[in-house]
Structure formats: structure tokens, C-alpha cells
Design a protein around this ligand. Structure first.
Ligand code: HEC
Length: 150
């Protein structure tokens, strides 16, 4: 009886298959990077204020309670789109002011609602944070996360 699948054929299929799928993996990774950098990110408005705002977001660990683009904890609302939800497309200055006022008004102490701490940020830090959240809302996440904040 002749062997159909010899050892060397099996080895060749293994190496050939691995190389083939590794090449696909590399190509898809490159495509994702290209897409993120050139298409989904608002590069034109990636200002230093936005960068500082992101650092404030990180340093104060807002993601311990919030998600942004679905990443983080699920104790508090998604904030990747809060700028849009608060009318930023029609009135950018108004929405930024709302974000600053919101930060200053915490904790609200409203019974039955989850509370957010006050971070005692300066006016300049609040502005940077608002710039960051405004910029973040313009990232094309292709509808992610699927469940919208209520
Ligand atoms: C200890 C948990 C906690 C942390 C940390 C926290 N938040 Fe919150 N945040 C909340 C809760 C709870 C709410 C919802 C409160 C409510 O609706 O009354 C909220 C609401 C918000 C909202 C309004 C969102 C909406 O859609 O209504 C914004 C904006 C926000 N937080 C920004 C931030 C920023 C920026 C930071 C970091 C500097 C931060 N939060 C850190 C708990 C937290």
C-alpha cells in the first residue's frame, strides 16, 4: 500500500501553510496600521492640547470607571462619544463648556445615581480634557462600541 501523505509532504504542507498565513497576518497588520493612521484618526486636529488632555485622562485613571472606544471599566458611561451626545457637532464651544462644568460639579450627590469623584483639575487642565474628548469623538470607530451610552 502506498502512502499518500508522506512525511515530507506533511512537513511541506506545515511550513507552506505557516508561511502563507503568516504573510496574511503581516499584510492585515500593515493594513490596520495604515487605516488607523490615515483614515480613522483625525490627524489634522491632533493638537498639543489634545495630547495633554489624553495624559490627564490617563493620569487620573478615568478608565477605572469609564470606557473610551469600549476600552476600560463599565461602571460609568462610554465617553468616546460624549462630546457628540452633548451637542458638540452643532455647538462645539457649548459642549466643551458642558464637559468642564460637569467635571467641576462632581460629585453630584444625587440619590440613586452612581457618583463620580471630583478631580480638582485646573481651568487649563479642564480645557485640555475637553479638547481631548472633542477630538476623541471624531475618531471613526466604525460604530464601535455597538452598545451606546444611555
Ligand atoms: C470612580 C468612578 C469614576 C471615575 C474614576 C471617573 N468617573 Fe466620570 N463618571 C462616573 C459616573 C458614575 C458617571 C455618571 C454619573 C451620573 O450620571 O450621575 C460619570 C460621568 C461622566 C461624564 C458624563 C458622561 C455621560 O455620558 O453622561 C463624563 C464626561 C465623565 N464622567 C468624565 C470623566 C473623566 C474625564 C474622568 C477622569 C478625570 C472620570 N470621569 C473619572 C464615575 C467616574
Amino acid at each position: 500500500m502506498s502512502e499518500i501523505l508522506t512525511k515530507s509532504t506533511a512537513r511541506n504542507i506545515f511550513y507552506g501553510g505557516s508561511a502563507f498565513f503568516f504573510a496574511i497576518f503581516v499584510a492585515l497588520t500593515a493594513q490596520s496600521h495604515f487605516y488607523i493612521v490615515n483614515k480613522s484618526t483625525d490627524q489634522a486636529h491632533l493638537t498639543e492640547a489634545v495630547e495633554r488632555g489624553k495624559r490627564i485622562w490617563e493620569r487620573n485613571a478615568c478608565f477605572d470607571c469609564h470606557t473610551i472606544y469600549g476600552e476600560g471599566a463599565r461602571f460609568a458611561p462610554e465617553v468616546g462619544d460624549v462630546f457628540k451626545r452633548w451637542g458638540g457637532e452643532k455647538d462645539p464651544a457649548g459642549a466643551k463648556q458642558l464637559i468642564k462644568d460637569w467635571m467641576k460639579a462632581q460629585p453630584t450627590g444625587v440619590a440613586g445615581r452612581r457618583q463620580m469623584p471630583n478631580f480638582h483639575l485646573s481651568e487649563a487642565q479642564l480645557s485640555d480634557l475637553a479638547e481631548f474628548l472633542a477630538w476623541a469623538s471624531r475618531t471613526d470607530t466604525q460604530g464601535w462600541p455597538p452598545q451606546k451610552a444611555k
